[in-house]
Design a protein around this ligand. Structure first.
Ligand code: PEP
Ligand code: MG
Length: 295
């Protein structure tokens, strides 16, 4: 198996009829980055930054975060890295965060909502990400966006933070790419409104499925209702794809759907060409792609 991975690692993900596909990795810790390379990822499509916040008693400092992000960027040696801002979930525990108990945490203070309600924490993270962009191609991405006003608020903060970094004489890439996750149906349905504000989009099918079908992704009692290839989910993905493609902006998929053969086939058929998945899935997906004819 190991041998096979090493052989497949450098295989280009191209279908028999010549359709080129980009395969990136989703990673949850800096240690996993080496694995992403070993398994043949062309970039990091999703760095889940939550690893910096869990199992500790206070928020990570800007410098601490900067060191972690820089390590990832440098390890990737010029390959692109998309760092997602803190996506506090419905179920994780952060002893130092005074979260009010919520009856429906997945519909509550989650992702970007938390960041916008905790500006100093958000700014420290944005600064750390921007500083890492001095060491290689970095994109910053915001999770759990439901309305364009959140993005506008976010961009204002990014601009403030850039000015602060300039004053502090800290280096960063002035043109760092900014993107959002499309994982809430309201964002998918109004995708045209977001186009002018950001550089790229990444569809998170795990949450998009959960929120479209009203099925808690972590609730075993309703697991049978969690259908990633449900026509409603595919329809939303198709709408996003149409609008983003026409705009010339970038679109990728970073939910688990991209790692399943039926899923990747459906998504390729819809015209999507960039996928991000767990490193272990990459060799098999590349092999699968190289064996199919899209037509
Ligand atoms: C998703 O929701 O599909 C996704 C990639 O993000 P996460 O699984 O971290 O919520
Ligand atoms: Mg998500």
């Amino acid at each position: 198996k190991k041998q096979e991975i090493l052989v497949l690692k450098d295989v280009k993900a191209v279908t028999k009829d010549g359709v080129q596909v980009t395969i990136d990795a989703n990673v949850g810790t800096p240690e996993e980055v080496a694995k992403a390379l070993e398994y043949g990822a062309e970039g990091i499509g999703l760095l889940r930054s939550e690893f910096l916040y869990i199992n500790r008693f206070d928020f990570p400092s800007e410098d601490e975060q900067f060191e972690a992000y820089r390590y990832v960027v440098q390890t990737m040696k010029g390959k692109p890295v998309t760092i997602r801002t803190f996506d506090i979930g419905g179920d994780k525990d952060f002893p130092y965060i005074d979260l009010k108990r919520e009856n429906n945490p997945y519909l509550g203070m989650r992702g970007l909502r938390f960041s916008l309600a905790n500006i100093p924490v958000f700014k420290a993270q944005l600064k750390a990400i921007l500083r890492a962009s001095a060491y290689g191609p970095v994109g910053m991405m915001f999770p759990m966006v439901s309305d364009v006003r959140e993005v506008i608020a976010c961009l204002d903060i990014v601009n403030d933070v850039k000015k602060e970094l300039i004053d502090e004489r800290k280096d960063f890439d002035r043109n760092v790419k900014i993107g959002i996750m499309i994982e809430v149906p309201s964002a998918a349905l109004t995708i045209d409104r977001f186009i002018d504000f950001v550089d790229f989009f990444s569809i998170g099918t795990n949450d998009l499925t959960q929120y479209t079908l009203a099925v808690d992704r972590s609730n075993e009692n309703v697991a049978d209702y969690y259908i990633p290839l449900h026509p409603s989910v595919l329809k939303l993905i198709g709408m996003v794809q149409d609008v983003v493609q026409k705009s010339g902006k970038k679109l990728s998929i970073c939910g688990e759907l991209a790692a399943f053969k039926d899923g990747i086939f459906a998504l390729l058929k819809q015209g999507i060409r960039v996928f991000s998945m767990s490193p272990v899935s990459i060799p098999d997906v590349k092999k699968y792609i190289s064996e199919i004819t899209l037509e």
